[in-house]
Design a binder for this molecule. Structure first.
Ligand code: ADP
Ligand code: MG
Length: 267
């Protein structure tokens, strides 16, 4: 959806925010991402806060509520959630501000070891129960080859959306943001999702797979599981690109197909 500046939020919604933060002195709209109708850093009487929000009648509001629910369970690489409010037809989250920039995934980028460290930390987190996060088996059910869905089962908390604008580099750390798709599943799924994004940033498929192999979960995964995941991802991106053949979606579909080709045993 298109992103509006803070000032264009209805007055009662802005008031609900300043009830949380104190007087708002300045608002700076964030770059990157495309789902949030509002995404900005506010300077307020109580300090700075990153506010993202979406109208409560928007189909993606469920994702925003999942993000609020998972927030207390996130590891240290993720920002802290200060508040969640729903007011005047807007759902809003107030997060700790990360003073960073979007990750650079290109080959030889010095950000890559930082991204690796953040994901290594996340790989040890068990998905919290009772908060209605997604299940990998359900998410890939329509795409996985017949008889392979059990490979996606697991108890790890997965991020699943490693687009570079969902990873902020701040100092010597990578911080994982945008938890719209928290998922319970097999731990190797996240290194696999990241590998596809690395290809999008210019890694050859072998380099992307070498990066995925830095993660224990990927090294220990059955070849059949990785083949199933890559096939499912290729089908998913092909579908996305068919519905909306914009260049980046066509590019993702092409890379997902290349990954599936190799992981299904083709040279
Ligand atoms: N905690 C934060 N501190 C500073 N900037 C942030 C923070 N979280 C997100 N951003 C910025 O806002 C953008 C959009 O936020 P994100 O959570 O990715 O929402 P979406 O992609 O759903 O619109 C990010 O790409 C990033 O540039
Ligand atoms: Mg985002």
């Amino acid at each position: 959806m298109s992103r509006i500046p803070f000032e264009q939020l209805p007055a009662d919604v802005r008031r609900a925010i300043s009830d949380k933060t104190g007087v708002v002195h300045r608002a700076l709209t964030a770059e990157g991402g495309m789902n949030s109708g509002i995404a900005c850093v506010l300077e307020t009487n109580s300090g700075r806060v990153f506010v993202k929000g979406i109208p409560t009648d928007h189909p993606q509001v469920a994702a925003q509520r999942r993000e609020a629910a998972v927030a207390p369970h996130l590891p240290a690489s993720c920002p802290r959630l200060y508040w969640h409010l729903e007011s005047g037809r807007w759902s809003l989250l107030g997060w700790e501000v990360i003073d960073g920039r979007h990750a650079d995934y290109r080959p030889d980028s010095p950000d890559l070891p930082l991204v690796e460290a953040a994901l290594v930390e996340l790989q040890d987190v068990t998905a919290p129960g009772g908060i209605g996060i997604k299940d990998a088996v359900d998410r890939w059910a329509d795409y996985a080859p017949p008889g392979t869905l059990h490979y996606f089962e697991g108890n790890t908390l997965l991020h699943t959306d490693f687009a570079p604008d969902n990873v902020l580099i701040a100092g010597d750390r990578a911080r994982l943001i945008d938890w719209a798709w928290p998922t319970r599943g097999a731990a190797w799924i996240d290194p696999g999702s990241l590998a596809l994004q690395l290809m999008e940033a210019g890694h050859a498929v072998e380099e992307a797979l070498a990066f995925a192999s830095r993660f224990l979960s990927w090294r220990n995964a059955k070849a059949e599981a990785l083949a199933a995941f890559s096939s499912a991802t290729a089908v998913l991106w092909r579908e996305i690109a068919e519905v909306d053949p914009t260049p980046w979606k066509l590019g993702m579909a092409e890379r997902a197909a290349a990954l599936a080709h190799i992981l299904n045993g083709n040279p």
